[in-house]
Unconditional design. Structure first.
Ligand code: NDP
Length: 452
């Protein structure tokens, strides 16, 4: 009966959101995993909570015109999906990548609702971005794009209303240009964006937060099984913000990271990734990982085209723990089979929805522990909320203070997800635990606030 109802809702979503495959994938995962809660408590279906939750409060789509270095006007699309504000002001990142479309922004916004609820902080779910591709653009072009983007976005955001942050393609440089334009348009120096520079309202530890938090989560997860990261061989996909600080924390904890990747390919460095070189190549020079291989001739660069059948080279490198930390659907069934074959014990998602549903099923069936992104990568948004708290109090905590809070938050997210999985008779299934815990908090708040 409940399965039938869920099937109907999913069918409606598919029909109403044609072509939005990632959004459908994200809603399906959540709805199917909360069945044990729906069976235990009839209020959620009676009050139509699910149908209300899968439709964003508001979707804003706008044109962004900007002038390139040749003086030619370029046009991109801008998006902000304000999904749900039952527990606090909208909060979620902005992604600038050529693959951004409405379905991608909606999947990210939907995931963000539950992730933010899991942090135990008061933040609602949203996401935004543009199909603008920052690759190969000059700093001036990126600045002009960000200014034009904010010329429209500023009407819909505010420190108590909607507080965007970074995501793929949006780091400190872009947040700076966006913040500068917001300030110019409104005249207010507000904590309206997070991920700000340390001199102008940013928080220590925000840059590291998602990566460090992901590793803290993995540590908790292994701890339940009397295991730890120490001495483990790890692979971390991506080489952006999340991946770099995942690698940094893993190395702090004496794990050995032998591979990372980017959109051009994978680096396999059997002796261990050299973090200083990686930061120089990716953070400072914004180059391909091919440059890393030139600095380290004992490493191997495997071009992205190497696995035409749909797998990714990085998951075929033997490891104990895998940290998918680049983008959605980057770890497929082919890759999961390879991880199992090579004895991987844990897949810990740093990115949003990086593992395909069939890959997750295969990993779980074969006894590989699985940490879902909406729990494991929540350290970034949690620290963004800490940045908002510091802005509101006009103060700045030091790195250690923030890191201690982050560590506590990650421990408590793990605890709630794990204990909820037990309560709903799925011991250790953190997809069920995280989704039910996040959903329950938001759904109960929606019921309290009536049909709005
Ligand atoms: P960045 O832009 O800093 O880095 C993304 C990395 O992934 C880059 O190395 C990029 O390669 C690589 N990448 C992107 N798309 C692809 C692709 N299609 N194939 C292969 N590699 C790809 O982004 P973040 O590190 O901030 O984000 C990574 C993931 O983590 C995303 O899923 C994001 O939503 C999620 N996340 C981020 C948070 C944050 O605080 N930043 C918080 C929570 C989740 P290249 O260098 O060549 O561009």
């Amino acid at each position: 009966m409940i399965y039938e109802e869920i099937k109907h809702i999913l069918k409606d979503i598919k029909e109403c959101s044609p072509g939005q495959d990632e959004f459908y994938q994200a809603t399906r995962e959540v709805l199917e995993s909360i069945v044990p809660l729906l069976e235990a408590d009839s209020r959620y279906l009676e009050q139509n909570i699910i149908k209300r939750l899968v439709v964003p409060d508001r979707t804003i789509i706008f044109r962004v015109n900007w002038v390139d270095d040749r003086g030619v006007v370029q046009t991109n699309l801008g998006y902000r999906v304000q999904f749900n504000s039952a527990i606090g002001p909208y909060k979620g990142g902005l992604r600038f990548h050529k693959s951004v479309n409405l379905g991608v922004v909606k999947f990210l916004g939907f995931e963000q609702i539950f992730k933010n609820a899991l942090t135990s902080l008061q933040i609602g779910g949203a996401k935004g971005g543009s199909n603008f591709n920052p690759k190969g653009k000059s700093d001036n072009e990126v600045m002009r794009f960000c200014q034009s983007f904010m010329n429209e976005l500023y009407k819909y955001i505010g420190k108590n209303r909607d507080v965007p942050a970074g995501d793929i393609g949006v780091g400190k440089r872009e947040i700076g240009y966006l913040f500068g334009q917001y300030k110019k348009l409104t005249g207010d120096f507000d904590g309206v964006l997070t991920g700000k520079g340390l001199n102008w309202g940013g928080s220590f530890g925000r840059k590291q937060a998602t990566g460090y938090g992901s590793v803290y989560f993995a540590q908790e997860h292994l701890g339940v099984y009397n295991n730890s990261l120490e001495g483990k061989t790890c692979v971390v996909s991506g080489s952006g913000n999340v991946a770099i600080y995942t690698i940094e924390k893993l190395q702090d904890l004496d794990a050995k990271v032998v591979a990372c990747s980017d959109s051009t390919g994978t680096i396999y460095h059997k002796n261990g990734i050299d973090l200083a070189s990686l930061k120089a190549v990716k953070e400072i020079h914004r180059e391909s990982l091919k440059s890393y291989a030139k600095i380290h001739p004992d490493s191997k660069f495997i071009d992205i085209s190497h696995y035409p059948e749909g797998g990714h080279a990085i998951w075929h490198i033997p490891c104990d723990v895998a940290f998918p930390s680049a983008t959605q659907n980057e770890l497929s069934l082919i890759d999961a089979k390879e991880l199992v074959k090579n004895g991987c014990i844990l897949v810990n998602e740093g990115a949003n929805m990086p593992t395909t549903p069939d890959a997750i099923e295969y990993l779980q069936q074969n006894g590989v522990l699985f940490s879902p992104g909406k729990a494991a990568n929540a350290g970034g948004v949690a620290t963004s909320q800490l940045e908002m708290s510091q802005n509101a109090a006009m103060t700045q905590w030091n790195f250690e203070e923030v890191d201690i809070k982050l560590h506590q938050i990650m421990k408590s997210i793990f605890k709630v997800a794990y204990e909820t999985s037990i309560e709903y008779k799925n011991r250790g299934n953190l997809i069920v635990g995280a989704n039910i815990a996040g959903f329950k908090k938001v759904a109960d708040s929606m019921i309290d606030q009536g049909a709005v």
